[in-house]
Design a binder for this molecule. Structure first.
Ligand code: NAG
Ligand code: NAG
Ligand code: NAG
Ligand code: NAG
Length: 491
């Protein structure tokens, strides 16, 4: 059932004064979610413990609502129904992640859990049967706990275990999965995972964060080379990474603030993009110079940023078929370089202060500014930096309380998608848009307090009943008519 205001909106703009942005047929529309946030069944049928199971079980109050992902949306049991909802939305692709601990309970590749293989085979087959292309994230933050016990991504040996795990995924699913994302949001994992905000919740900002980053970049390179070496010829798929990027603008026109924006871009995004997508490879020079200088001033015996060898730079450089990009945030950046002091921290290294853009509208929970232009600006920025790189938006979404009437979410999708299509018209090679999230889910620190879904999930109902929100109906219209009306809805 299409709510009346949606119909009025579509028909009104089509027939009255609407400029319609066409969504080309080969532009892929999809929705996303991740394993820990949706699957549940945390200890069912042989699944091992991961760092999110561990964190939420050992620190009961970790999430603001004291919740965890033990059951979440119960997609482990409801995958068939999930695919029916995806079909209802009419999406071209579905982005989900594979739970490493469900496939390899101990994290190592010596023992494979047959039920894990069965689960993802069922899901992938059901998607394909319904004409939906799987876009699969190999690692979306849920590292097996036994590997964390060995130091997690601060331990370089983990690059080997990631490669072993990925080989098993390619062997079992690569005949049908043609789009792979190695890592989701490396910045969030290595920055917030090492300043206590998300799992593994280690307090080692400015040290552990960079060790994590090196392992992650090397692991990404290894997965890509593994695919090239052993699978590409036969499977003909594509492998990329998903980076979360914000749009930053200087607080003033001063050289200091402009340099602060360049520094923030290099530290937060160039950290990942430059080694993989630039011609030279390696960390951005602005970043490595700065960390070396600050480390020295803090009396460390060497830079806290672990260097890459020439061979490692080569392994990582060019290890992509596409660029995945999550967009949520735009901020004002101000220079804040201070004399180095102990203890070290990532924030001190970056040396900027980020604030909200004056006057900008925010989401219901004051979580994110709503700044659609930033989406187009980042797309043009990536296009210019890494000319011609094929880009897919792998996340973009709006949080609220989960109510079924969600006109602001509709408006958010519409305005962001228009910016994407405008950038595409200007020649940016962007080939898809993925809304986060498919349904309400476990949102890490925010537990079940922040709802991004197109579908409402009743978390008090053991059946975890899903109900389409107005935005789901809107998304159906997008996939059906393949146009985005320019007019905003008056709510
Ligand atoms: C999509 O279709 C357009 C128009 O036919 C074409 O120019 C473009 O190369 C296609 N893009 C992809 C990614 O296939
Ligand atoms: C968790 O939060 C509850 C409610 O706020 C509180 O009563 C309890 O003491 C907290 N437990 C821990 C371990 O902090
Ligand atoms: C580094 O050591 C020098 C010499 O002991 C000392 O003066 C300086 O304060 C130290 N730097 C920091 C950031 O602690
Ligand atoms: C659970 O949900 C499914 C799908 O919506 C429905 O078919 C089924 O009847 C529900 N079961 C119960 C016990 O509510």
């Amino acid at each position: 059932m299409v709510p009346e205001f949606v119909l009025t909106f579509i028909l009104g703009t089509v027939f009255v004064n609407g400029k319609l942005y066409e969504i080309p047929n080969n532009f892929s529309l999809g929705v996303a979610i991740s394993s820990y946030q949706s699957e549940g069944a945390w200890n069912v049928n042989g699944k091992g413990e991961n760092i999110w199971d561990h964190l939420t079980h050992t620190r009961r109050n970790y999430s603001y609502d004291g919740s965890n992902g033990d059951i979440a949306c119960d997609s482990y049991h409801k995958w068939k129904e999930d695919v029916q909802q995806l079909k209802y939305l009419g999406v071209d692709h579905y982005r989900f992640s594979i739970s490493w601990s469900r496939i390899l309970p101990s994290g190592f590749s010596n023992v494979i859990n047959p039920d894990g293989i069965r689960y993802y085979n069922d899901l992938i087959n059901e998607l394909l049967k319904n004409g939906i292309k799987p876009l699969v994230t190999i690692f979306h933050w849920d590292l097996p706990q036994p590997l964390q016990d060995l130091g997690g991504l601060a331990n370089l040996k983990v690059t080997q275990y990631v490669e072993d795990y990925s080989r098993i995924l390619f062997q079992h699913f690569g005949d049908r999965v043609k789009w792979w994302i190695t890592f989701n949001e490396p910045l969030s994992y290595c920055l917030y995972g090492y300043n206590g905000v998300v799992a593994p919740a280690i307090l080692s900002s400015g040290v552990g964060s960079y060790l994590c980053g090196k392992t992650l970049l090397l692991s990404h390179g290894k997965i890509f080379r593994l695919y090239e070496r052993e699978f590409r010829k036969e499977q003909e798929g594509k492998v990329g990474i998903t980076v979360n990027i914000a749009w930053f603008m200087p607080k003033t026109n001063s050289e200091k603030d402009k340099e602060a924006v360049a520094r923030a871009n290099d530290f937060l995004f160039g950290w990942w993009m430059h080694p993989i997508f630039s011609k030279e490879g390696n960390y951005p020079k602005r970043m490595s110079d700065r960390i070396e200088y600050v480390s020295k001033a803090e009396n460390f015996s060497e830079s806290r940023l672990p260097p890459f060898t020439k061979e490692e730079i080569k392994l990582i450089r060019g290890s992509y078929d596409f660029f995945g990009f999550n967009y949520y945030l735009a901020q004002v950046i101000q220079d804040d370089l201070v004399t180095p002091y102990n203890p070290p921290s990532f924030d001190q290294d970056v040396g900027v202060v980020a604030t909200t853009i004056p006057g900008v509208e925010e989401t219901e929970h004051n979580w994110f500014p709503i700044y659609p232009q930033g989406m187009g600006d980042v797309l043009r920025y990536i296009h210019k930096l890494y000319k011609g790189v094929p880009i897919i938006i792998t996340e973009n979404g709006y949080p609220d309380s989960g109510q079924l009437s969600d006109p602001r979410r509709i408006n958010y999708i519409q305005r962001h998608l228009i910016e994407v299509l405008k950038a595409k018209e200007e020649g940016v090679n962007v080939f898809g848009y993925t809304y986060w999230s498919f349904m309400d889910d476990y949102e890490w620190l925010y537990g079940y307090l922040q709802k991004f879904g197109l579908f409402n999930v009743d978390f008090n109902d053991p059946n975890r009943t899903r109900t389409p929100k107005a935005s789901a109906e809107f998304f159906r219209l997008l996939t059906k008519y393949r146009v985005v009306p320019s007019d905003t809805i008056d709510c």
